[in-house]
Design a binder for this molecule. Structure first.
Ligand code: FE2
Length: 367
């Protein structure tokens, strides 16, 4: 058999996808987190893997999907949040813009699966299936083995249950709740995701009407999390828009690192925080480091983090900013406080062992 005669579309897909294979999974599993630190990896969109020195592993918004892959009928699904928001009916061209840096099925362990909200780019049926089917366990406060819990607001839990996650595995949370997972304390806080408020479960025949209705159910749909870890307090704002209530969270809690969903909103859209919103969020939260996320994933919302840097430099002295931004890359690791002075992430460049073995070139001064 020749290479050509054996080649199929399926073999191409399984040899190419996920793009990073198990590289990052191996890195995460092999990582020994230094005491007094917390390690985090950006999995794309708002997906974070968090690991502590005592080997507690959490995922927040781990998601394994993509966006549009065909033009289809060219229309948005009825009741889609973007259709509700601005009255557009044309399919939005949100194609996935970043590689898959994990293979969810390759992980051997996790202690809890968290979701900030139920939008499709924040939850994963693949990950839920793997966690359930591989029988992953964690330990409770008394050290007893328990099945890995799924933690999220009411609508996220409903999504997991619809997918087949047993009800008793799910913990429905609302602002004010506190959950301990080994050496991490999860404080559940208010979300400010107004896109979630205008999301409906409409079908073609039955379009839920929002006009004139006073929304009261943000807490059922979305939450933010403060994760108190041995390395510091990490604030995950999900897909929150800017809110003045960030200032209250900043007064109530000592926040080290805050993640904010940044994006370039197309005309007619108000979905992601802008560069100035990200800086205002950081200022209001009184955090030490702000990290924009979500800007990476959609072709039609892609934003340039240099805009945040430019405005940060413009305003930092006048406003006496006590934080700085950190610009991450999907698949990258950030360890706090070890990396707290860094501004830009760069993937490992390799070749650390250059000249440790003999060269094989025509002569020494050739290169
Ligand atoms: Fe999102």
């Amino acid at each position: 058999m020749s290479k050509i005669s054996e080649m199929t579309r399926e073999s191409w897909i399984s040899n190419t996808f996920p793009e990073w294979g198990t590289w990052l999974v191996e890195d995460i599993e092999n990582e020994k987190v230094a005491s007094g630190n917390v390690a985090m990896w950006w999995l794309g969109c708002t997906g974070i893997w968090m690991k502590t020195p005592s080997d507690t592993n959490l995922t927040i918004d781990l998601w394994c999907g993509n966006g549009k892959r065909t033009h289809g009928n060219g229309k948005m699904a009825p009741g889609h949040q973007m259709a509700n928001m601005c009255g557009a009916r044309k399919m939005q061209p949100n194609l996935r813009n970043v590689p898959f840096v994990i293979d969810p099925f390759a992980f051997k362990t996790v202690d809890a699966v968290l979701a900030t909200h139920y939008h499709q780019d924040h939850m994963s049926a693949e990950w839920a299936a793997h966690v359930i089917n591989s029988g992953m366990t964690t330990t409770d406060e008394s050290g007893k083995k328990i099945p890995v819990p799924f933690i999220g607001p009411k609508k996220s839990v409903a999504t997991w249950v619809k997918w087949g996650v047993p009800k008793e595995r799910c913990i429905t949370v609302k602002p004010g709740d506190v959950i301990r997972i080994k050496d991490i304390e999860i404080v559940v806080l208010d979300s400010f995701d107004r896109t979630c408020i205008v999301t409906t479960d409409s079908t073609e025949e039955d379009r839920e009407e929002l006009t004139g209705k006073c929304p009261t159910d943000m807490d059922d749909k979305a939450v933010n999390y403060l994760l108190k870890t041995p390395g510091g307090n990490i604030y995950h704002s999900g897909d929150s828009h800017f809110s003045i209530y960030f200032a209250k969270h900043g007064k109530d809690y000592d926040i080290d690192v805050a993640f904010g969903s940044f994006g370039e909103n197309p005309i007619g859209m108000h979905d992601k925080m802008t560069s100035i919103d990200v800086l205002r969020m950081a200022e209001n939260l009184q955090c030490r480091v702000v990290i924009p996320i979500h800007w990476d994933v959609w072709t039609n919302f892609q934003a340039d983090c240099e805009e945040i840097k430019l405005l940060y430099d413009f305003k930092k002295d006048r406003n006496e900013y006590r934080f700085h931004p950190f610009f991450w890359q999907v698949g990258g690791k950030y360890t706090y406080p070890m990396d707290q002075e860094k501004i830009y992430y760069h993937h490992r460049r390799g070749f650390e062992d250059c000249f440790e073995a003999p060269q094989n070139i025509p002569f020494r001064s050739c290169l």
